[in-house]
Ligand binder design. Structure first.
Ligand SMILES: Nc1ncnc2c1ncn2[C@@H]1O[C@H](COP(=O)(O)OP(=O)(O)O)[C@@H](O)[C@H]1O
Ligand SMILES: [Mg+2]
Length: 375
């Protein structure tokens, strides 16, 4: 959708961006995050040709933008900046309808209809606000209109440069939430610039972490938090994140890796021996491909005939969780089914681990110990 290819930007002799290449896929919300002065705004403004690169190319929908008329390009790309950029002498309605009209849309009933929808979308009552002027709105309300206007272009692409930075935390949180939902609903491609990692984590499909015009890491919020590429990233995100975001801990992080297993062809006597040897009171039953078939517990089998075949007496329909299920959902499942352990399987239903109360506790305490050493 948007491709930066070997972008270099120099101001006189100073290189601001040095050989920047990145591909932003369609329908994704990508957040550029990094300290002030690292080149975020410069990169964003290159996409709608407010700034020209010194060298390198940018492609939008496969088309080299240096070959597209700038005005035309900008009409097709929504752009939201910190102080909204609403025209002060136009009413909210006029501001929202400007771009459709500039684009030659004639059907005024249809334009009005669209304006109403946009107002609803950003949670503003049209009757109350459409005929006001921007300075008759609070900062948060103006910013909502700014977001609505970006969505009014009907463009697939929206660029947002620290749009919520000047807002109070509550307004900011609700706009982040709305943006997130709107993006999922309308499937726009959004590049969102911020210097605030918390904001990035809340809304991004992917985060591009920048420093001095270089990409330090480009990945999902989850992967960046779990595996920061280097010390700078780690400091930028802070260690306590996993602790603050328990949903980042996945089954695979909290499971025991080698749960004791048994094949279904064995009998009860052998199962009891295996339990004794391994000091466990249950065994997971798997076939030769390691697919999870069932479960036997000491309590459930100790009164059975010693030569009964495990495959015939095991409990089937064993509850399991996927390896990428998060801690919260695992706890929820365990609680709902009142169980103290739960097998972990991959997408092919192969057993890869076992979560127990004590494995959860040790995963959590290792996080905590990590924290205490760092801070
Ligand atoms: N017109 C300009 N002339 C010289 N330097 C500039 C100009 N515009 C921006 N810069 C410099 O480029 C760097 C990146 O700026 P910018 O993209 O605005 O950073 P960010 O948005 O990440 O805070 C900064 O060091 C800034 O001082
Ligand atoms: Mg900036």
């Amino acid at each position: 959708m948007i491709r930066f290819k070997n972008i270099v930007k120099k101001y006189r002799t100073k290189t601001i961006i040095n050989d920047f290449s990145l591909h932003v896929e369609g329908g994704q919300l990508v957040v550029f995050v990094g300290p002030s002065g690292c080149g975020k705004t410069t990169l964003l403004k290159m996409i709608n040709k407010l700034i020209e690169p010194t060298s390198g190319k940018i492609y939008v929908n496969g088309k080299d933008i240096s070959t597209i008329n700038s005005i035309e390009l900008r009409r097709n790309i929504g752009y939201v900046i910190q102080n909204t950029g609403l025209f002060p002498h136009m009413s909210i309605k006029e501001n929202l309808e400007l771009i459709p009209k500039l684009k030659g849309e004639k059907d005024s009933a249809q334009i009005t209809q669209k304006t109403m929808e946009l107002m609803q979308m950003v949670g503003m009552n049209p009757e109350e606000f459409l005929h006001r002027y921007p300075n008759e709105l609070s900062g948060g309300q103006q910013q909502r209109i700014g977001v609505a206007r970006a969505f009014s272009t009907n463009s697939d692409i929206i660029l947002m440069d620290e749009p919520f930075s000047a807002l109070d935390p509550v307004t900011r949180g609700s706009l982040q939430e709305e943006l997130f939902q709107m993006q999922k609903e309308y499937n726009k491609t959004i590049i969102f610039v911020t210097h605030d990692m918390d904001e990035a984590i809340k809304i991004a499909d992917k985060i591009c972490l920048l420093k001095d015009g270089n990409i330090l890491q480009f990945d999902t919020p989850e992967n960046i938090l779990r595996n920061p590429a280097n010390d700078f990233v780690e400091n930028f995100i802070g260690k306590r994140r996993v602790w603050n975001n328990p949903e980042l801990l996945k089954s695979r992080d909290i499971m025991i890796h080698n749960p004791v297993k048994i094949i279904p062809q064995r009998n009860v006597l052998q199962a009891i021996e295996i339990m004794k040897d391994n000091k466990v009171d249950s065994l997971l039953v798997t076939d030769k491909n390691n697919a999870l078939l069932g479960l036997v517990t000491l309590k459930g089998i100790q009164l059975l005939k010693r030569n009964s075949i495990i495959g015939e007496i095991m409990e089937r329909n064993v509850l399991s969780v996927r390896d990428d299920a998060n801690l919260i959902s695992v706890l929820f499942t365990m609680n709902e089914h009142k169980t103290g352990y739960i097998p972990v399987v991959n997408e092919n239903n192969q057993l890869i681990g076992l979560i127990t109360r004590s494995s959860i506790l040790s995963a959590l305490s290792s996080q905590l110990i990590d924290l205490e050493v760092t801070f």
